[in-house]
Design a protein around this ligand. Structure first.
Ligand SMILES: *Cc1c(COP(=O)(O)O)cnc(C)c1O
Length: 418
C-alpha cells in the first residue's frame, strides 16, 4: 500500500483539542503503513520508487520527505508537525482562520538559526538585535554573518522609542531578532511592541523561543514571522540529543527559499534524534509545570538567603522586566541567575559544594543544572561586554529541574555559605 505523505498529517479531529498535552500527544504518529503506535525511527538515507512515474511524481510534489533524508524523513515529519501544532495552538489569523505553520527540523539550534538568517538576509543587509543573546547567536553575528556582508546592530530593545529611532535611521535593517527571555539575566523584550515597529518599517521579526517553549510563550501570537528553538533544551527535555527547529507562517517561502537554504546548507536532523524529540515533547506541559513551580520556589528561597546578593528571575516583582514577562508568558519559566555576596570566590565554592544539582552548561533537562556564565557560556564576550550585559564574575546560572523541590532547596542551602 502506498501511503501518501498527506496521510501522515494530523488527522483533523471532529472535536477540537483544548490543551497542549493533548496536542503534543496526538498530533502525529500511528499513521504509518505498519500501524505502529509510535512513529518508527526511519533510519534510511534514501527512499525507493515503485516505477519511473512515481519517482517523477514525488519529485514534482511540494512534499519531498520521501525522496532523500537530507530533504526530510517521516520521523522528522512527526516531530515537525507536533512543534508546528504547539506553536500555532489556539492562534487565529486576522480573517479568523487557524494559523498554519511549517516547521523544518535541523541538526541543532545553531543550524536552524543559520538557515533562518541566511534565507532572509543578503550582503549589505543589517540585523537589529539586543544585548545578552545566547553566546552562539552573538558569535554567529560577529564572525559568520559579518563575513557574509551582513551587519549586526546590538541595542537595548526594552525602550521602544529608542528602537524606533534606530530603525528609522537605517534603511538597511531588514530583520529584527529577539531572544526573550534572554540568557543569563532573563531580560524580556515586548514581542508585540517590537512587532508593531517591524511591520511599520518593513522588517522581518524573528524570535528565539528556546527558553520559554510554546507552552509558556507563543511569539506568532504577537506578530513574529519566524520562530526557532534549540530543541536540545526543554522540547527534548531529557538532554539526549542536539537539535533545532525553524518555524514560519509564510508557507510559500518556507517551502521554497527557506527549504532550499536548509537542504543545500545541509543542516538536516536524523531519525534517531527526531524520535527522541517526539517522545520528549509528549510530556512538555507536565514537565514545564513542575520546572516552573520549582523555579518560583527556588527564586523565593534564594531571594531571602543571607549569602545571596541578587536574584535575576523574571517571575520576581523585583525584576525590571517582570511586567513584560507577565504580559506575554504563561509563566516566567525555569531559568534564573543569582549573585553571591562573596563574588567570584564564593561562586566557585558554591559550585564545588553541590551534592545533587549538576555542574553543566545547557538547560532544560530534568535535572537541575548549574553553570558559571563568565567562565563558560559567555566567555566569548569581552569583559566590557559582560559588564554591560550584567554578567558579573560571581553570577551563577541555574536551570531548575523537576526533582522534588525540597532536595533542590536542601542542596542549595548546604552549598551556600553566609
Ligand atoms: C542552546 C541554545 C541555542 C543553540 O542551540 P544548539 O542546539 O546548541 O545549537 C540557541 N539559543 C538559545 C537560547 C539556546 O539556549
Amino acid at each position: 500500500m502506498e501511503i501518501q505523505s498527506d496521510q501522515l498529517l494530523p488527522m483533523s479531529k471532529k472535536i477540537p483539542l483544548t490543551g497542549i498535552s493533548s496536542v503534543a500527544i496526538h498530533t502525529s504518529g500511528h499513521n504509518n503503513a505498519e500501524y505502529a503506535h509510535i512513529t518508527p525511527i526511519f533510519a534510511t538515507s534514501t527512499f525507493t520508487f515503485d516505477d519511473a512515474e512515481s519517482g517523477m511524481e514525488r519529485y514534482s510534489g511540494k512534499d519531498k520527505t520521501r525522496i532523500y533524508s537530507r530533504w526530510g524523513n517521516p520521523t522528522f515529519t512527526a516531530a515537525e508537525e507536533t512543534i508546528a501544532a504547539l506553536e500555532s495552538f489556539g492562534i487565529t489569523n486576522e480573517d479568523g482562520t487557524a494559523l498554519q505553520l511549517k516547521a523544518l527540523l535541523h541538526s541543532s539550534g545553531q543550524a536552524a538559526m543559520t538557515t533562518m538568517f541566511m534565507s532572509n538576509l543578503k550582503a549589505g543587509d543589517t540585523v537589529l538585535s539586543h544585548f545578552a543573546l545566547y553566546g552562539g547567536t552573538n558569535e554567529l553575528f560577529k564572525s559568520v554573518l559579518a563575513q557574509a556582508g551582513v551587519n549586526a546592530i546590538i541595542i537595548d530593545m526594552r525602550d521602544l522609542n529608542a528602537v524606533e529611532d534606530v530603525i528609522k535611521s537605517d534603511s538597511s535593517i531588514k530583520l529584527i531578532h529577539l531572544e526573550t527571555p534572554a540568557n543569563p539575566t532573563l531580560q524580556c523584550i515586548d514581542i508585540a511592541g517590537i512587532s508593531v515597529l517591524a511591520k511599520k518599517y518593513g522588517a522581518i521579526l524573528t524570535v528565539d523561543n528556546t527558553f520559554a517553549t510554546p507552552y509558556l510563550q507563543q511569539p506568532f501570537k504577537y506578530g513574529a514571522d519566524f520562530v526557532f528553538h534549540s530543541t536540545t533544551k526543554f522540547l527534548n527535555g531529557h538532554g539526549t540529543a542536539i537539535g533545532g527547529v525553524l518555524l514560519g507562517k509564510d508557507l510559500e517561502k518556507m517551502n521554497t527559499t527557506v527549504w532550499k537554504w536548509h537542504t543545500l546548507m545541509g543542516g538536516n536532523s536524523n531519525a534517531f534524534d527526531a524520535f527522541l524529540l517526539s517522545q520528549g515533547m509528549k510530556t512538555l506541559e507536565i514537565r514545564m509545570d513542575r520546572h516552573c513551580s520549582n523555579a518560583m520556589e527556588v527564586a523565593h528561597f534564594l531571594e531571602k538567603h543571607a549569602a545571596v546578593q541578587k536574584v535575576n528571575y523574571n517571575g520576581l516583582s523585583s525584576h525590571p522586566d517582570y511586567a513584560v514577562a507577565q504580559k506575554q508568558m504563561r509563566h516566567p519559566g525555569a531559568l534564573m541567575s543569582f549573585e553571591l555576596k562573596g563574588g567570584l570566590q564564593a561562586g566557585k565554592d558554591f559550585i564545588d559544594k553541590l551534592n545533587m544539582c549538576v555542574r553543566a552548561v545547557s538547560l532544560g533537562t530534568l535535572d537541575t543544572l548549574i553553570s558559571h556564565p563568565a567562565s563558560m557560556t559567555h566567555s566569548g564576550l569581552t569583559p566590557e561586554e559582560r559588564q554591560k550585559y550584567g554578567i558579573t564574575d560571581g553570577l551563577i546560572r541555574m536551570s531548575v529541574g523537576i526533582e522534588n523541590l525540597q532536595d533542590i532547596l536542601n542542596d542549595l542551602d548546604q552549598s551556600l555559605v553566609d
